[in-house]
Design a protein around this ligand. Structure first.
Ligand code: GTP
Ligand code: MG
Length: 204
């Protein structure tokens, strides 16, 4: 898929204030610093569309980006950042739960996981939550440029083994690097396929 156009639309704390639209959207979520905002910039080929930072906690709001006038990418604030107060964590949970429950046009959530790390409880818990809510998601293993391909694949195999303990059917996954652009074509192709299904369902 060619990205002809990508623009920032709004930042919100509440799903009901997000753009009113029937167009499908794809939300990026995962631990702070995992590379959500960087991946949005990589996919859209725009260096500074989504704000990134080497300090965790950069993205604090629900950010909508309209792509090709046809679908949305949504940058969400991350979780699992150690320095966050209990109150902020609760506020985050409320905001995200409300978003997931109420966003009718949410086509798929991308759960980002650092490809270098062993399975972590906050990520496993979050995927459980998505499963319980019936929200479709796929995993993206990020920052693959930071280690060898063999190491990445070994880590992913371990991750899948852990997921198998609780999931009957394993979620789909892809790999990405915002630096080397690994995964760009695959992720955009996936979005393109889901967009098409989404349209067919709406028309049918
Ligand atoms: P929050 O908004 O805090 O939740 O973080 P985020 O998940 O949006 O992370 P962000 O995209 O801001 O990236 C965090 C840091 O990781 C930045 O310093 C990025 O440059 C770096 N980074 C992100 N993706 C990659 C990647 O694929 N490869 C490498 N080498 N660095 C990356
Ligand atoms: Mg961010």
């Amino acid at each position: 898929m060619v990205i002809k156009d990508a623009k920032f639309i709004t930042s919100n704390t509440r799903a009901d204030l997000c753009p009113q639209t029937d167009l499908p959207e794809y939300a990026f979520i995962g631990r702070s610093n995992v590379g959500k905002s960087s991946l949005i910039n990589m996919l859209t080929n725009r260096l500074k569309l989504a704000k990134t930072s080497s300090f965790p906690g950069k993205t604090q709001l629900i950010n909508h980006f309209l792509i090709n006038e046809n679908w949305y990418l949504v940058d969400l604030p991350g979780y699992g950042w150690a320095k966050v107060s209990k109150e902020s964590r609760e506020a985050w949970r409320k905001m995200i739960l409300y978003y997931l429950k109420n966003r009718q046009n949410l086509a798929c959530v991308f759960v980002l996981i650092d490809s270098r790390l062993p399975p972590q409880k906050p990520d496993l818990d979050f995927m459980e939550l998505l499963g319980t809510m019936g929200v479709p998601f796929v995993i993206i293993f990020t920052k693959t440029d930071k280690q060898s391909g063999t190491k990445t694949d070994m880590n992913i195999a371990l991750y899948m083994k852990t997921l198998k303990e609780t999931w009957e059917e394993l979620p789909m996954y892809m790999k990405s690097s915002s630096t080397s652009k690994e995964g760009r074509e695959e992720i955009l192709q996936f979005i393109s396929d889901v967009n098409q299904r989404y349209q067919e369902e709406r028309q049918g």
